[in-house]
Design a protein around this ligand. Structure first.
Ligand SMILES: [Zn+2]
Length: 198
């Protein structure tokens, strides 16, 4: 009996997981780029007046080596500490700060050209004529992520939000709707036109 209970529990969990996977299967991973964050260079002294590096290393050669090793041991992958005599800091290249790109993946149901075949007027933000609209449906928990995003990449195509995300529905039924437009023009089309003329 104990054995049977165990099995049924396992089957139930498997079933639950399967349903979750079906929902997940409908959605795709969308890359969301948060606004890049400026971080004061960990390797050199920052000059507030010139808003750039002072060209002076914060560390001795040994200190820099130790710090870099510690940083890498903690999972860091970039160059953060490197001793230099004087002049251009090798970490920030003399800027005095680092720009940290922050990318997050979000599960979304993707619909390209959502207005196609409908009678409604397509919303076209100024200056985006000729770009394709894409609609994303995602978990409401992603509201701030998308609202503060710099750009997003859908199916490998770079896009920008055309308006703030819209929350639709109530409670557990609610869904977040994101409307974005492509910022890169498809190069395949222009290539075909050129071919025609040749
Ligand atoms: Zn620096």
């Amino acid at each position: 009996m104990i054995h049977n209970t165990r099995i049924s529990k396992r089957v139930k969990e498997k079933h639950k997981k399967a349903i979750r996977n079906v929902i997940k299967g409908l959605s795709r991973k969308v890359e969301v780029y948060k606004q890049p964050r400026k971080l004061e260079c960990p390797n050199c002294y920052y000059d507030k007046f010139t808003e750039s590096s002072t060209g002076k290393s914060k560390w001795t050669a040994v200190e820099a080596l130790t710090k870099q090793a510690e940083y890498e041991a903690g999972g860091g992958e970039s160059l953060r500490y490197k001793w230099f005599k004087h002049g251009r800091c090798p970490v920030c290249r003399g800027q005095g700060f680092l720009t940290v790109k922050r990318k997050v993946w979000a599960d979304c149901i993707v619909t390209w050209d959502p207005q196609a075949g409908r009678n409604s007027v397509t919303y076209t933000p100024a200056g985006t004529e000729g770009s394709t609209i894409v609609q994303l449906k995602t978990d409401p928990k992603n509201y701030d992520l998308f609202k503060n995003s710099d750009r997003i990449v859908v199916d490998g195509v770079e896009c920008k939000l055309s308006k703030p995300p819209i929350l639709r529905g109530l409670g557990t039924q609610s869904v977040l709707i994101i409307t974005a437009f492509t910022t890169e023009k498809p190069s395949i089309d222009s290539g075909e036109i050129i071919k025609d003329y040749i």
